[in-house]
Design a protein around this ligand. Structure first.
Ligand SMILES: Nc1c(NC[C@H](O)[C@H](O)[C@H](O)CO)[nH]c(=O)[nH]c1=O
Ligand SMILES: CC(=O)[C@@H](O)COP(=O)(O)O
Length: 158
């Protein structure tokens, strides 16, 4: 039996978006892309909570709190980590990806990784609404699919 997520339903879907303020010129574009996709799938604005955190490093801890609340059907994480002159980039990327990955496996709430990790500003710009698309839009579509897939699986495995 092949189980598909079916239509990206928006009925009774409550979404939390955790977005980093660091590199806001990029992350605000990611947020816009995510909100556009959710809106086009008729997720009500009143069903979307947007939580701003200082930087990507703070995303996992806040996402963990949101997961524990049990209030959301899905969590979208958005950030832009852009390499600088030191190894700080590597530590931030490692902890953010490890933290969100741990929540994806061990948490109760579906969560998607919308954090750009780029070598330079240009790469980040291109992935936040330019020729390489918008990572925020991509992960908003993914969270709706995962939510529906989870609902389908619950039904199919009863
Ligand atoms: N350099 C970037 C950061 N650095 C800040 C950290 O995320 C964190 O807020 C700080 O270390 C305090 O705990 N954050 C980004 O999101 N993107 C970067 O490029
Ligand atoms: C990803 C970062 O933390 C980075 O932007 C910090 O820049 P730098 O390594 O030049 O201090």
């Amino acid at each position: 039996m092949t189980i598909y997520s079916g239509n990206l339903t928006s009925k009774d879907v409550k979404i939390a978006i955790v977005v980093a303020r660091f590199n806001e010129f990029v992350t605000s574009k990611l947020l816009g892309g995510a909100l556009d996709v959710l809106g086009r799938h008729e997720v009500a604005a009143t069903d979307i909570d947007t939580i701003w955190v200082p930087g990507a490093f703070e995303i996992p801890a806040i996402a963990k709190l949101l997961d524990a609340s049990g209030k959301y059907d899905g969590i979208i994480t958005l950030g832009a980590v852009i390499r600088g002159e030191t190894s700080h980039y590597d530590y931030v990327c490692n902890e953010v990806s490890k933290g969100i990955g741990s929540l994806a496996l061990n948490g109760k709430t579906p969560i998607v990784f919308g954090v750009l990790t780029t070598e330079n500003v240009e790469q980040a710009i291109q992935r936040s609404g330019a020729k390489s698309g918008n990572k925020g839009s991509d992960v908003a579509t993914s969270i709706l699919e995962i939510i529906n897939l989870k609902r389908q699986l619950v039904t199919a495995t009863k």
